[in-house]
Write a protein that binds this ligand. Structure first.
Ligand code: CP
Ligand code: NVA
Length: 303
């Protein structure tokens, strides 16, 4: 069987993604009963982090252990990647020793180059362009709370960043309408928008994006690597906070998500994080279950 990678949601078919979400829900139930299957006994996941992480590291590492395997944490400060060994040479060597590799880095081209030289499956654990693992958890969370997302209206409020661009891919693969409200100059990549076709609409006002939406999603104003822009962005994103007033314009049973970490009181009001309608904490936990489904899928028993 040829090696599969998960660099974006478009690497899997809509049917495969739906099956992954179903399996994630099943794995969560098994985990609650402490009945995790252990198909990855003796298997190792290499985890390369060039950016910080709480959820991604804990979920992948825990997930591997629960599935019977092991995870190795690699940071540029501790490996030769940080001292100039090429991405290609690193991929060739690391993939000769481990069974799967996940990478969190800056340029998306780095995970593409890594995957091209890797002999084992490579998972994108966030680049400046996409964060597909988060979308598996988000789609699982929507399904658990509200059922099928196909045909629903989803609002993105805030920066047209890696999460927003992943939502565009999700709209294509899970078949929902996505209205995006960003301040001028912070729109998602126009090619990604164009590929999303008529499911994607760019609007200027958050209220226009949220009107009647079943799901409202936001993320930080300044992503990792943009720390120096934090102050300026706070001003440029004025009026783009998801709060109770904005949520009152959404559909009556609307839920909202945030991939976390959040800046409470900036892109989302502090009280909203824990209000009815927030599925943020389930969303975070589901990183564990959905990635276990992903790991199991990429390394089927007997492969
Ligand atoms: N949502 C997410 O990826 O969180 P971390 O940056 O903590 O991994
Ligand atoms: N857009 C954020 C997501 C963090 C999980 C970032 O890239 O920092």
């Amino acid at each position: 069987m040829s090696t599969r990678n998960f660099l974006s949601l478009l690497d899997f078919s809509p049917e495969e993604l739906r099956l992954l979400v179903s399996r994630a829900i099943e794995l969560k139930k098994l985990n609650r009963r402490r009945a995790d299957p252990a198909p990855l006994k003796g298997r190792v996941l290499g985890m390369i982090f060039e950016k910080s992480s709480t959820r991604t590291r804990v979920s992948f590492e825990t997930g591997m252990v629960q599935l019977g395997g092991h995870a190795v944490f690699l940071s540029p400060g501790d490996t030769q990647l940080g001292r100039g060994e090429t991405v290609e040479d690193s991929a060739r060597v690391i993939s000769s020793m481990v069974d799967m590799i996940m990478i969190r880095t800056f340029a998306h081209s780095i995970v593409e180059r890594f995957a091209a030289s890797s002999s084992v499956p490579v998972i994108n654990a966030l680049t400046d362009r996409f964060h597909p693992c988060q979308l598996l958890a988000d789609m699982q969370t929507y399904r658990e709370h509200r059922g099928d997302i196909a045909g629903q209206s989803v609002a993105w409020v805030g920066d047209g960043n890696n999460m927003c661009q992943s939502y565009i891919n999700a709209a294509r693969q899970f078949d929902f309408e996505l209205r995006i409200a960003c301040p001028p100059g912070f729109e998602p990549d126009e090619n990604i928008v164009a590929e999303g076709g008529n499911r994607i609409a760019l609007v200027r006002k958050p209220a226009d994006a949220v009107a009647g939406a079943a799901l409202v999603v936001t993320d930080v104003f300044a992503s990792m690597g943009q720390e120096s822009e934090q102050q300026l962005r706070r001003q440029q994103f004025a009026g783009f906070q998801v709060n109770a007033d904005l949520m009152s314009k959404a559909a009556p049973r609307a839920i909202y998500m945030h991939c976390l970490p959040a800046h409470r009181g900036e892109e989302i009001s502090a009280e909203l994080m824990d209000s009815p309608g927030s599925v943020i904490w389930d969303e975070a936990e589901n990183r564990l279950h959905s990635q276990k489904a992903l790991l199991e899928f990429l390394l089927p028993r007997g492969s």
